[in-house]
Ligand binder design. Structure first.
Ligand code: FUB
Length: 326
């Protein structure tokens, strides 16, 4: 009798352990208030670099998160921090990370810069995805306000010919510039200008993102105010990285059953596959504070005609997706 009881107990414990094993990522994918998540695949792992969502004076560092399967995320604390950016005072925002030249480049916005102040878009470099990253220039890469665009929310895009472009801009204006092969300076356009305005729509606000698929350029951006419920993501498709970008519609917005203020996203493509995941922030229904933003993941699905389906925000998140060994 005692033996049977022991076996039954063991079986019960085993099934409890099984039940506890995570089958999906859940949303948010990690705890804490984190916004503007930049997703990437680097060094054989998935990475997410978000903004630490807090009052500006407290935004003096970035944490990063990595995963082998999109389900379990490991926190890498303070991959970039104020002590490694001589000009940073506050408002360290919206990381954009890219692997190039056997290094890792982390672009960031700093100081919530206004006319006549020091701040804007900076670039930090590391030998490893997990940092530590160190400011490479000792000053912002873009300090000036051109075409009305606040220098924040940069995204670095590598086209198939190896050319790097940076899309950036808050305050309802978006610029594009060309980066040098070492990613540390801006190459002027043939007309001598460093920046060309490519604001896709009057509803553009911030958070530009570029994705190339089947030869088409998918340009995406955030609309609305980030502290409010209506923050959302819209997109356009073009044959050129410079547009014109004609707004097609929204792909991410609040859902009264799930969350509000969903926006400032990025997209992870499974290497070599036509399979995409959107990483974005949203505000739980129970929260009203502007900084209460959490990082989530869901599927991004293309229709047969190349348009994008509106994202279905979930609490479950996504299923395990292991990366192939390199
Ligand atoms: O998180 C700080 C700012 O909020 C970002 O730069 C904007 O895109 C908005 O998400």
């Amino acid at each position: 009798m005692k033996r049977i009881l022991i076996v039954l107990l063991a079986l019960l414990t085993l099934s409890q352990v099984e039940a506890k094993k995570k089958k999906t990522s859940g949303n948010p994918i990690f705890t804490g208030w984190y916004a503007d998540p930049e997703g990437a695949v680097m060094g054989g792992r998935y990475w997410v670099f978000p903004t630490y969502s807090a009052p500006y004076e407290q935004q003096t560092f970035f944490d990063a998160f990595s995963s082998s399967d999109l389900i379990t995320w490991t926190k890498h604390e303070r991959v970039l921090e104020q002590k490694n950016i001589p000009w940073l005072k506050k408002a360290l925002w919206a990381p954009a990370v890219i692997e190039a030249n056997n290094k890792f480049y982390l672009f960031f916005g700093g100081n919530d810069v206004h006319e006549g102040e020091v701040g804007g878009i900076g670039v930090a470099v590391s030998d490893k995805p997990e940092g530590p990253y160190v400011d490479a220039l000792g000053k912002p890469l873009i300090n000036e306000i051109v075409n009305g665009a606040q220098p924040i929310d940069q995204f670095v895009f590598r086209d198939d010919d190896g050319q790097y472009y940076m899309y950036y801009g808050g305050w309802q204006h978006c610029n594009v510039c060309r980066l040098s092969p070492d990613l540390l300076s801006i190459i002027p356009w043939p007309d001598g200008q460093k920046f060309h305005e490519i604001t896709p729509s009057r509803s553009y606000v911030e958070g530009p993102f570029m994705l190339k698929r089947n030869g088409k350029y998918y340009f995406m951006w955030s609309e609305g105010g980030w502290t409010g419920p209506n923050y959302c993501v819209a997109y356009a498709i073009s044959d050129s990285p410079f547009g014109p970008f004609r707004r097609i519609g929204k792909i991410l917005e609040q859902d009264p059953k799930v969350a509000r203020g969903a926006g400032h996203h990025s997209v992870i493509q499974i290497p070599g596959k036509d399979e995409y995941y959107i990483i974005y922030h949203r505000r739980p229904l129970s929260e009203n504070d502007g900084n209460s933003r959490e990082t989530c993941i869901d599927r991004l699905i293309f229709n047969a005609d190349g348009t994008i389906q509106p994202v279905k925000m979930t609490f479950e998140g996504v299923e395990a997706r292991k990366l192939k060994k390199r």
